[in-house]
Design a protein around this ligand. Structure first.
Ligand code: ADP
Length: 490
């Protein structure tokens, strides 16, 4: 019997850890292809996957990567003169990775800029070049999996090319939306320069027909969000960013799969940045990490005072302002808080003001600091995540893995991962529904009260520590979608 050929999948993203990581997308693009590659045929209905990743060859990616080879070069059509592209191949943890160089990719020092046209030029070039590369190396791709607006144009270009180019006739596309409000607005002129027409889809609102994410959503065969709950939320006006009517028409081709956590990278048992390592059977050791944290920040050393933490981008999305107001409302209770983050200067300064106002309780650390974040996950009691929207959220999963209990707004992936039910012994955190300081303050008081009951608290911590956030579970769900698409069942 002739052996089935593997299913060929190209995962395309603007960033992927460990080569280059700016945000959560970098974590996903670094972990998911690896998890898919590690699935066994018996987890894939007898299929095998040949998964490869393609990212821009950003200038920060070490040019001296080992085992790097030039595999392809070609021109990308542009109205001001065709743009040369070169593709290099390397391998990261067993996953083949293509790096595309050309256009403004190399000259730019940042992964993302604040100038929409500048990013449009870079990422539309990259999206088109990725498809051109597949043909140039003669690799018959079954599935192209694009991510966010930066690579959504690959889905659109694929749909256009399928009409005339038999090479792509059987290629299907999947588009994951990690952060819907960022759509790539301001790209219209650049799309025209690369010869891409406005999208003809009348189901899309007119304003959306020349914006990369919506037109990628129109062109993709299947749409994904990074949590099941967020997939439902974007069908509503509150979360749909004006595209809810269009998405409701496409809802049979929309699903949500929870992001996993790279459990080998987030493990308090072997994390060498911690003062004291521990596992789920040694929750008392966490208290030593808490005392170390209190010492580091000059807070009263007392393990009975609940220690709140925040580790976050300081962005309107994350609801830091809600947390600040709620903390003010419970100023008379006994608690401490360490707030770590950078971003919007207004939010940063609100955090600094809270510290000035409550010097015995609050510390604000305005920077990005991975090692400190880990010490906080390992020593903090409760992580505050009052997000206004949250496509998936990693911090709650990391925190639970470190025995730090999440207190979060019940939205998006937070709702999918945190259990807070009346009289349940499955609870692993605290949820509140309305983004209103009073409601958050009530939930903080409830958490403080539970914290004082050591036995109850250890059950909540232990439930979090035992929640399965592995990538393997999610990778199987992705693979099933790919297989269904190829077999014409979706
Ligand atoms: P988002 O991707 O929307 O920013 P996530 O919760 O998905 O939010 O992921 C945030 C990631 O960034 C987590 O790994 C978190 O620990 C990390 N992080 C955020 N801010 C900081 C900071 N100031 N210092 C260190 N790590 C941070």
């Amino acid at each position: 019997m002739k052996k089935k050929r593997p299913i060929n999948i190209l995962f395309i993203a603007s960033e992927a850890a460990p080569l280059i990581k700016v945000g959560g997308l970098g974590d996903v693009a670094g972990s998911l292809p690896k998890a898919l590659k590690n699935l066994l045929p018996n987890q894939l209905s007898g299929n095998e996957l040949d998964i490869r990743l393609v990212i821009p060859f950003h200038s920060m990616i070490n040019q001296k990567l080992e085992n790097i080879q030039l595999v392809s070069s070609f021109l990308v059509k542009h109205s001001h003169g065709n743009i040369p592209a070169r593709v290099f191949l390397t391998s990261v943890e067993g996953v083949p990775v293509y790096l595309i160089e050309g256009g403004s990719i190399l000259s730019d020092q940042n992964v993302y800029s604040s100038n929409p046209e500048y990013d449009a030029k870079k990422y539309i070039f990259f999206s088109i070049a990725a498809l051109e590369m597949v043909k140039n190396i003669n690799w018959h791709v079954d599935i192209i999996h694009a991510n966010d607006w930066h690579t959504a144009i690959t889905c659109y270009d694929l749909k256009l090319r399928k009409v005339t180019d038999p090479f792509f006739r059987n290629t299907k596309s999947v588009l994951s939306m990690h952060n819907m409000p960022y759509m790539g607005a301001g790209s219209e002129r650049i799309l025209n320069e690369f010869g891409l027409p406005n999208c003809p889809c009348t189901d899309l609102p007119e304003w959306a027909r020349s914006i990369p994410l919506p037109i990628g959503m129109y062109a993709a065969d299947f749409l994904l969000t990074v949590s099941p709950n967020y997939a439902n939320e974007i069908l509503t006006p509150d979360y749909g960013c004006g595209l809810q009517d269009f998405l409701n028409k496409r809802k049979d081709s929309l699903s949500g799969i929870l992001n996993g956590l790279d459990e080998s990278k987030w493990d308090p048992k072997i994390d060498n940045t911690l003062h004291f390592n521990y596992d789920s059977t040694q929750l008392d050791v966490r208290l030593k990490n808490k005392l170390a944290l209190q010492t580091e920040f000059g807070l009263e050393k007392d393990d009975t005072i609940p220690l709140f933490i925040m580790v976050t981008r300081m962005d309107q999305q994350k609801g830091v302002d809600l947390a600040i107001s709620a903390l003010r409302m419970i100023a008379d209770s006994s608690w401490q808080a360490i707030l770590l983050g950078t971003g919007d200067p207004v939010i940063e300064s609100a955090c600094r003001s809270l510290e000035v106002e409550m010097p015995s309780k609050v510390r604000s650390v305005i920077r990005f600091d991975l090692n400190l974040s880990k010490r906080m996950y390992a020593g903090g009691d409760i992580i505050l995540i009052p997000s206004r929207y949250e496509p998936c959220g990693l911090t709650q999963m990391i925190a639970m893995r470190y025995g730090c209990v999440p207190l979060a707004r019940s939205t998006g992936g937070l709702k999918d991962t945190i259990i807070d039910e009346d009289n349940s012994n499955q609870n692993n955190g605290f949820l509140f529904s309305e983004p209103i300081p009073e409601i958050m303050a009530q939930t903080l008081i409830r958490a403080i009260s539970d914290y004082s009951n050591r036995q109850k608290w250890q059950i909540i911590q232990s439930n979090g520590l035992h929640t399965d956030f592995s990538w393997e579970k999610s990778a199987i769900e992705y693979a099933n979608i790919y297989i269904d698409l190829i077999e014409g069942e979706r």
